[in-house]
Design a binder for this molecule. Structure first.
Ligand SMILES: Cc1cc2nc3c(=O)[nH]c(=O)nc-3n(C[C@H](O)[C@H](O)[C@H](O)COP(=O)(O)OP(=O)(O)OC[C@H]3O[C@@H](n4cnc5c(N)ncnc54)[C@H](O)[C@@H]3O)c2cc1C
Length: 417
């Protein structure tokens, strides 16, 4: 049997393995974590709306009944294209076909040197960190010597005005209004400022103008200060320093401002597109390679319409995985491969517990109905019937009682200062 090694159990890798799991091939699925993360709902874990288990699912459980799919929890370091071998932290692994679906990692830009002082929203651990750090600071703020110190401890800066940034900012604003007054009656929450910093001149750059304007209005109405055209320059653990030299005092800096592709060593530099995504052809094959493929965020399928590659979105990874699974079957049957065409399914973002903005290719809308559509699509996309039911119950309850169920502190966060 041919051996296909898939690196990454994200949206792309998981879909591909599922689609090939009934074929007569050996599939080795590798991920450094033993679970798949539903990244669009990380902000819910970060703000106490959902449990980690609702949005992360163990890979072994998914493939229980598929004997030809083997999972290894392992980190891949490099690829040797000459010998078809991977170097990993559990030894060397060989492949007949390799599919790279490693997604992205945080890009801290000029904040690289202070990355241990800020809170990225990219992984499950990151989401836990945000929740625990935020709750810990609320407890700590009660001991502050004066109002100024207290404000610094409970102020929140969110960096990045994309979907993740506005979603986390909106959820924190709702906590401030509805949950914290109940749980911290002795705290003066009027001193707490939630500020959203965005370097460009609009929110939701990946969405339409109306979506951007509505998101702005919703966030403003929730009491969030929005700073557009405001690049952040530095952070010393207490002061966020802006490009114009002014500062914002805060202990909590949530980073949603950028990601970069995961880069494995050993691959020829000619495989990379500027920006470090792997250049792929219409069959998701790396240029000059018959055995290595890339899908999802890590892959750059460049076309005149998308000169930088397709957007980094879950539907792109899923569509590429489905097509690649089909093309593997065609390849083994000696038939002609089918080229990839991207079907834009739209983009959406939610602001708080009752509002969303939705851009479908032919229909753009916002408000409560948009939020119902957002909720339905996200619930149906979760893995596992139990997770869908628990999430629906959680969201339905918080819709009516405005409460968030989760506020326990699990100290994971390490600060170097
Ligand atoms: C906070 C946030 C919110 C988002 N919201 C949305 C949204 O609303 N809608 C939307 O469409 N998209 C959203 N996205 C983007 C979406 O999550 C990605 O486009 C999608 O996950 C890409 O799928 P992928 O399979 O390429 O990679 P991923 O899903 O990122 O999976 C990559 C996998 O590879 C593993 N891996 C990486 N390196 C290695 C290694 N060296 N060895 C072993 N394993 C490795 C990782 O552990 C991970 O499991 C969001 C992303 C974030 C961070």
């Amino acid at each position: 049997m041919k051996k296909i090694v898939i690196i990454g159990c994200g949206f792309g890798g998981l879909t591909l393995a599922k689609r090939l799991s009934k074929q007569k091939v050996e599939i080795l699925l590798i991920d450094k974590n033993n679970y798949h993360t539903f990244q669009p709902l990380l902000y819910q874990v970060a703000t106490g709306g959902l449990e980690a288990e609702n949005i992360a699912y163990p890979v072994r459980k998914i493939f229980r009944n598929h004997k030809n799919v083997i999972f290894r929890m392992s980190e891949v370091f490099s690829v040797n294209e000459e010998t078809n071998t991977l170097t990993t932290n559990i030894g060397e692994i060989t492949y007949d076909y390799l599919v790279i679906a490693t997604g992205t990692t945080n890009n801290f830009f000029n904040f690289e040197k202070v990355k241990d002082k800020i809170l990225p929203l990219k992984t499950l651990i990151g989401a836990f960190n945000i929740r625990s750090f935020f709750m810990q600071n609320l407890e700590r703020s009660l001991l502050a010597k004066n109002a100024e110190d207290q404000a610094e401890i409970i102020n929140v800066a969110v960096i990045g005005g994309g979907p993740a940034g506005i979603e986390v900012a909106g959820a924190i604003a709702e906590m401030k209004k509805y949950v914290l007054p109940l749980d911290f009656p002795e705290l003066d929450l009027s001193t707490m400022n939630i500020v959203l910093f965005e370097a460009s001149d609009r929110l939701l750059a990946v969405m339409s103008d109306p979506a951007s304007k509505h998101a702005y209005k919703y966030l403003k109405n929730m009491g969030i200060t929005i700073k557009l055209s405001t690049p952040v320059k530095d952070y010393d653990g207490k002061h966020l320093i802006l490009d114009d030299g002014s500062t914002f005092k805060t202990d909590t800096v949530i980073w949603t401002a950028g990601v970069k592709p995961v880069k494995l060593s050993g691959l020829k530099e000619t495989h990379y597109h500027p920006g470090n995504r792997l250049k792929v052809d219409e069959f998701n094959r790396l240029s000059e390679s018959k055995t290595i493929f890339a899908i999802g965020d890590v892959a750059a399928y460049v076309s005149p319409e998308h000169p930088k590659g397709l957007p980094m979105l879950a539907p792109v990874a899923i569509q590429q995985a489905k097509l690649l699974a089909n093309n593997f079957k065609l390849m083994w049957a000696g038939k002609e491969l089918v080229p990839f065409t991207y079907k834009n399914k739209g983009v959406m973002a939610t602001i708080g517990r009752k509002r969303a903005v939705v851009d479908f290719p032919k229909w753009k809308f916002h408000g409560l109905f948009a939020w119902f559509i957002w909720m339905f699509i996200h619930i149906m996309s979760l893995i596992g019937f139990r997770n869908r039911v628990v999430t629906l119950i959680n969201w339905s309850l918080s819709y009516f009682n405005y409460d968030k169920p989760l506020g326990i502190i699990i100290p994971l966060f390490k600060r170097n200062d």
